[in-house]
Design a protein around this ligand. Structure first.
Ligand code: NAP
Length: 514
């Protein structure tokens, strides 16, 4: 088997690639409005409650209609998973890994379709959508290899008269609850890791993006995954989330999303439901308020390019997005001229047009939330650029920067999850580091500096799960930058790292007297 390698992201400078995505966008428009039944085992359901998925650049456009799963259907999916687990758990690791390899092949043949779907359903630019796709394939390829490694011999200290061994076994049936912002990569990564480890899963996609999730479910089905190992269960988190989390047969919950929902899941999962015979395991990756520090001695132009990309790529809707910029006072004015100039060059509009770098935010609630933080920003800081909605169809917001923001202000402390950057002036490097660490979150961070002492200090004291030196704080690659945050950013699961599958396994130690 070839060693794992990241799938390169396409930049769409090839006319053949461009026309293939254009064709996929047209195909999606032609099939828009298609209704998908809910499938549990060999039964299909059409419910009264529907889950339409729409285009945030043109909210009246319904891309597809899914069924809103009911608690009874969630129950059926969990019971099915628990039944299937009795055999799936004993399926050899190489067989389980093969399903992932095959699903990756299936997806690779539908790359343009996936990109088009994420452009229209999630408002991603073409390159962001392709990066999401590449990450999903990387997860499948990486975790398949990891499953084989975990299934291999584990070293123990030898002892005379005994033959000890240790091996990893799966946990049971789990709930996989992803967010909409990496609607293919995170969904596929969390589900594939659990499945390849020998667990069964009930996968409830985010309500904003069930169509791209369906492609992953199709990929696993096309790979021949036995029925019930994965049940794809679109539905409202508010309506069926608690039911799934509380269920006594659920053994683990793997969640990525907001801090509020993650903490709720963690709390509920800790309560023992009648009939439950284990402590539920919760993997929760949550929000961020990620900071980039710019030191006095650094290449300001390189920093400015990285800051604009990290703050406004995918409209600032990445958990890793730069939402706080902390700048040494001596370079503050010069840096801000550069950052504002780069930001003003950003093109905003429907990402069906591939020249637009920024598309819409995901929905009406996000539009309103972001605009309300912009109003807060007007009181708490100095507007340097942006500050308004663009147009009135679609959820477009100009990339917005507030300067002179105080570290204790709301703009500097609360996750907005939109294209708003708060800029804070620091007295010196130590002050910058203290401001950066003064947050309930601890996901990503970056430092631009030529000062070796400051870089070394950041390495040891900047308390984030993913720290980047002299580069932007977004763009983690599977296997290269295992991803997960500290403090209220989550349980630090390090997705795409060598510890990850361990979260879906338990170790069994067996010793034979000889
Ligand atoms: P969210 O509102 O917390 O939703 C995440 C998922 O939880 C969705 O599938 C949602 O379903 C479901 N959910 C809602 N209420 C639930 C409940 N009571 N029980 C169980 N599940 C429930 O987050 P989001 O808006 O999708 O995503 C944005 C957030 O994700 C941001 O805070 C971002 O920082 C974070 N994020 C973190 C990482 C990371 O690696 N740390 C990566 C990406 C995103 P519905 O869609 O049906 O409501």
């Amino acid at each position: 088997m070839k060693p794992f390698k990241n799938l390169p992201i396409r930049l769409f400078d090839d006319p053949v690639q461009i026309s293939a995505v254009e064709q996929a966008l047209d195909d999606l428009k032609t099939s828009a409005g298609r209704e998908y039944p809910l499938v549990i085992s060999d039964q299909t359901f059409t419910n009264d409650g529907k889950l339409p998925t729409t285009n945030p650049a043109n909210p009246a456009q319904v891309l597809a209609v899914f069924q809103k799963a009911t608690p009874e259907q969630a129950e059926a999916a969990i019971v099915l998973g628990a039944e299937r687990f009795t055999s799936w758990r004993y399926t050899p690791a190489d067989e389980r890994a093969n399903y992932l390899f095959k699903a990756a092949e299936f997806l690779l043949q539908r790359r343009d379709q996936a990109v088009a779907t994420m452009v229209m359903e999630a408002g991603k630019s073409w390159i962001e959508a392709d990066a999401d796709f590449a990450e999903a394939v990387d997860f499948l390829e990486f975790y398949a290899r990891e499953a084989l490694r975990y299934a291999g011999r584990q070293d123990l200290v030898p002892i005379e008269g005994e033959e000890p061994e240790l091996f990893y076994i799966p946990l049971g049936v789990g709930a996989v609850i992803p967010p909409w912002n990496f609607p293919l990569a995170i969904l596929a990564g969390m589900a594939a890791a659990a499945i390849v480890s020998g667990n069964c899963v009930v996968l409830k996609p985010a309500s904003e993006t069930p169509l791209i999730g369906q492609l992953f479910a199709d990929a696993m089905a096309a790979a021949g995954l036995p029925t019930g190992v994965l049940t794809y269960l679109p539905g409202s988190g508010g309506e069926i989330g608690d039911y799934i989390v509380d269920h006594p047969q659920i053994r683990f919950i793997t969640f990525t999303g907001s801090m509020e929902v993650g903490l709720r899941i963690n709390e509920r999962a800790a309560k023992i439901s009648p009939g439950q015979i284990w402590i539920k395991r919760v993997v929760a990756e949550m929000g961020g308020k990620d900071a980039i520090i710019v030191d006095r001695d650094t290449d300001l132009e390189t920093a400015a390019v990285g800051i604009a990309a990290a703050a406004f790529g995918y409209q600032g809707q990445k958990c890793s997005a730069c939402s706080r910029l902390i700048v040494h006072q001596e370079v503050y004015d010069r840096l801000m001229e550069l950052v504002v100039a780069h930001t003003k060059e950003i093109k905003v509009g429907s990402t069906e047009d591939r020249s637009n770098f920024m598309g819409p935010v995901i929905n009406q609630a996000s539009l309103e939330k972001t605009l309300s933080y912009i109003e807060i920003g007007r009181k708490e800081g100095r507007l340097l650029t942006g500050g308004e909605r663009i147009g009135n169809n679609g959820y477009f917001i100009a990339p917005t920067i507030f300067g002179d923001v105080a570290p204790e202000s709301r703009l500097a402390r609360e996750e907005i999850f939109g294209p708003v950057l708060a800029v804070i002036k620091a007295r010196d490097f130590d002050d910058a580091l203290a401001i950066a660490n003064d947050s309930i979150y601890g996901l990503t961070g970056a430092v631009f500096s030529r000062n070796e002492e400051h870089l070394a200090k950041s390495r040891d004291r900047f308390h984030v799960g993913n720290l980047y030196l002299n580069r932007k704080c977004t763009g983690a690659l599977v296997g290269v930058h295992p991803f997960g945050g500290f403090n209220m950013s989550g349980t630090d699961s390090k997705a795409g790292g060598r510890d990850y599958l361990g979260l879906f396994l338990q170790a069994k130690s067996v010793t034979r007297k000889i």
